[in-house]
Design a protein around this ligand. Sequence first.
Ligand code: MN
Ligand code: MN
Length: 318
Amino acid sequence: MTSDSLNQPLGANDMPRFGGHVSMMRLPVQADASGLDACFIGIPMDIGTSNRPGTRFGPRQIRAESCMLRPYNMATGAAPFEHLQVADIGDVAINTYDLKKSVDIVTEHYSEVLRHGCVPLTLGGDHTLTWPVLRAVAARHGPVALIHVDAHADINDAMFGEAVAHGTPFRRAWQDGLLQNDKVFQIGLRGTGYSREDFDWSRGQGWTVVQAEECWHKSLAPLIADIRQRIGDTPVYLSFDIDALDPAFAPGTGTVEIGGLTTVQALELVRGCAGLNLVGADLVEVSPPYDTTGNTALIGANLLYEMLCVLPGVAQRK
Ligand code: MN
Ligand code: MN
């Protein structure tokens, strides 16, 4: 396919940035993933949240804040729309009255997206969604490596007695055998716990936990370079919870913890995924009602663009 036939974001000289249809990066919208190398897809869900809700509005607000994004990555040289056919394929029609039904709807929907050979980049939505997405991803690619950036481990066995919740997705993924346990990396974990051992369950499975304090005051480029080495060419999924960032940068989320990553460190982590065999990624937990400036959704939109820029097939500047 020549780049003339590839979808391009609508330019600011064709329609003012604040006008037109609202899609991710002002890309064309289509109903399914046919013909696409990658897609943006929303999961407007917050019924898995434990504290402040509102992530059901995340996909729509991330799309709105993505209107300023231009096609070329000036830092890395990536030009994703010269290499990949990309579109916004809209939202998954979850059942907002039933979380258990919703996770099955998500898995079924993503199985269809993946059947087209399309890499899904997900606009969340609460973190519950990563488990059903991983079920579809592992059904296609086998157990995957995982890079999970978050303030929280999300490895609870149950919340309020429920197995499905936004604090349990990685426990469920582990239970279902969806992960390669020697290639799971949790970065940015912090805050208060229920016990001293809260993060040790992950370590006990062979996962690597990098707590936020180990990230303070330094570049994360060496960390992600090491992770790249350890993952090699194994299919890998990237799950990015916006609450990994410090609330000074990203206050618009449901379960805020102080002492988090900077936006620069977030960029280092995502850009450092270039060269990996990424088979899917998500950006979750943006809650617009708590995002008074829009900056949390804006950061989310930018990180999703950066994820697109590191997908296989997108050349980086030498
Ligand atoms: Mn999370
Ligand atoms: Mn979190």
